[in-house]
Ligand binder design. Structure first.
Ligand SMILES: Nc1ncnc2c1ncn2[C@@H]1O[C@H](COP(=O)(O)OP(=O)(O)OP(=O)(O)O)[C@@H](O)[C@H]1O
Length: 238
């Protein structure tokens, strides 16, 4: 039997009060994939991430990590189980140095592994190495985005969830974030990215799932999506 996906979301419904936001979301990310979760503004991408991270617990359905259910657990236990969630609003500790921000995020992974150290982070994120003693609050938006990704990796997660990593950043910085994601992918890191920026995703992802009005409408390899004009135009307004 083949290994279960690293992350699986099964038949998940999420409500905010009386409003239903997600309708039976199914999603699977296999080891080593970079899955893009695509959809228009308000489609439900961030809510899907919050459901996975335990912040917006599903009313129905399940979230499984390597086949084991994690839904129903509070966010800190979901993180400890191996889900590294980087929310939309890059939350650095502004009055602390880059290095202190990294050290705060350090913990062993779910099987006691410590692949990610500050030394390894500085190899993969050379920009941060040159800024290690700078206050995080003085960094640009793109540098803060890199720092939050690096800090999350310091927790040695099994999967990295990036919510809109390109949002609000200048094109040159978006390219740098794209290069970084490709590097992580080549290192074997499993990644799920929520994005509105379709072109960014076509350049970094291996697979894509498209959601619209809280439902999955398409899921395929990235090359198949690239060739599917009907989906691109209908749901992604390309
Ligand atoms: N706290 C909340 N209470 C009620 N409704 C919410 C809340 N947060 C989001 N919504 C609604 O849920 C729907 C999905 O929002 P969500 O943020 O998940 O979409 P998204 O695809 O991530 O879009 P965006 O790119 O704008 O973040 C939207 O209609 C939004 O208005």
């Amino acid at each position: 039997m083949s290994a279960p996906p690293i992350l699986e979301v099964r038949g998940t419904d999420v409500f905010y009060g009386a409003s239903q936001i997600l309708f039976g979301i199914d999603l699977a990310v296999a080891r080593g994939q970079t899955m893009a979760l695509l959809g228009r503004n308000g489609a439900g991408k961030s809510t899907t991430f919050k459901a996975i991270a335990g912040i917006a617990p599903p009313r129905r359905g399940q979230v499984l990590l390597s086949g084991a259910p994690v839904s129903g657990r509070p966010p800190y236990l979901v993180a400890r189980a191996g889900i590294g969630y980087v929310p939309e609003d890059r939350q650095v500790f502004p009055e602390h140095t880059v290095e202190d921000n990294l050290v705060v995020g350090a913990k062993a992974g779910p099987r006691g592994d410590r692949h990610w150290t500050t030394a390894r982070v500085y190899e993969v994120f050379p920009l941060l190495a040159g800024m290690r003693h700078r206050m995080a609050g003085r960094l640009s938006g793109g540098e803060q985005q890199m720092l939050t990704i690096a800090r999350t990796l310091m927790g040695n997660p099994d999967i990295l969830l990036l919510d809109e990593p390109s949002e609000g950043l200048a094109p040159i910085i978006v390219r740098a974030i794209g290069d970084l994601i490709r590097t992580l992918r080549e290192m074997g890191v499993t990644i799920l990215i929520a994005e509105q920026n379709m072109h960014f995703c076509l350049g970094v992802a291996t697979h894509a799932t498209v959601i619209d009005k809280g439902q999955v409408v398409y899921s395929a390899g990235i090359d198949e999506l690239r060739g599917n004009d009907a989906i691109l135009q209908r749901y992604l307004a390309v």
